[in-house]
Design a binder for this molecule. Structure first.
Ligand SMILES: Nc1ncnc2c1ncn2[C@@H]1O[C@H](COP(=O)(O)OP(=O)(O)OP(=O)(O)O)[C@@H](O)[C@H]1O
Ligand SMILES: [Mg+2]
Length: 261
């Protein structure tokens, strides 16, 4: 049966806030429910690729060749160690995209075009780089929704305001149905009063757009990628794994609510 995937960008131009961790573990938790899931690693760093047990591409088919129309999604998606979860690996060539596409007509629409007619997946997650260049633009233009990880730390909201402006700009000019799916607070340290007050501030500002699930700081989370595994496979019982499973439930619940208007 043909189905249209729901496409999510996981984005925040601030570096190191948990974009890749959220992409990988959310995608894994949803794949565990036997939904077909694809991760598109659109960050030249290739951290998402490595986190699901593959290597960053050295030539061959990858997210750069898919973005630029040289290869199809179907021929470039690779199986991961997780059933139901595929990945299109990143390559260093992505570093050149901003310059390469700048003079093209409609440079923001390449990923959208590449994803047209893709029916093999229920969910696609695009891991964005920490910048608002053409890679992030392409992700936002191709997506139904944006998930924004925000780290529970001082100045957490800095950058998020800019991201909201970017989302509005994309909505206005390129993709009027794009919406903010939700904000996920990451790396929460329960002993820190600062972290608590940051969460309160973000909730005051964004209200119910902030998921109830808060991802705690947990040492198992950064350990997992060095074993080429999502934390659910590395240590299923860890609070990191369990909190991403909880987040996946919340994301899917919100999806149902969207679908029923
Ligand atoms: N819940 C957590 N507990 C502890 N460490 C975490 C947690 N979430 C993420 N980290 C670690 O924090 C670092 C940054 O996370 P991650 O790579 O997901 O951020 P990012 O936003 O994708 O970064 P970049 O902007 O460089 O792409 C990583 O080393 C990751 O393992
Ligand atoms: Mg990342």
């Amino acid at each position: 049966m043909k189905r249209k995937p729901r496409i999510f960008s996981v984005s925040n131009q601030k570096g190191g806030v948990g974009k890749t961790t959220t992409t990988v573990n959310l995608a894994t938790a949803i794949a565990a429910l036997e939904k077909k899931v694809l991760i598109i690693d659109l960050d030249p760093q290739g951290n998402a690729t490595v986190s699901v047990g593959l290597q960053r591409a050295m030539g061959g088919k990858n997210s750069y060749t898919v973005l630029t129309g040289q290869d199809t999604v179907a021929s470039s998606a690779q199986k991961t160690i997780i059933p139901y979860l595929d990945v299109i690996p990143a390559s260093k060539e992505l570093l050149g995209v901003d310059i390469e596409l700048a003079d093209m007509e409609n440079p923001q629409f390449y990923l959208k075009k590449a994803l047209e007619g893709v029916h093999e997946y229920d969910y696609i997650f695009v891991d964005c780089p920490p910048a608002v260049g053409l890679l992030t633009m392409n992700a936002l233009v191709a997506s139904n929704s944006v998930i924004v990880p925000v780290q529970c730390e001082y100045l957490a909201l800095e950058g998020v305001a800019d991201l909201m402006k970017t989302i509005e700009r994309v909505k206005k000019n390129f993709n009027n149905t794009l919406d903010l799916h939700g904000i996920v607070m990451t790396m929460y340290d329960g002993r820190s009063n600062l972290a608590k007050s940051v969460i309160n501030d973000v909730r005051d500002f964004f209200g119910t757009k902030v998921y109830n699930t808060v991802i705690p700081r947990n040492v198992r989370v950064p350990e997992a990628p060095s074993h080429g595994k999502p934390v659910m496979l590395y240590d299923f019982r860890s609070v990191g794994a369990q909190s991403y499973i909880q987040l996946a439930g919340e994301v899917l619940k919100r999806e149902k609510e969207f679908a029923h208007g």
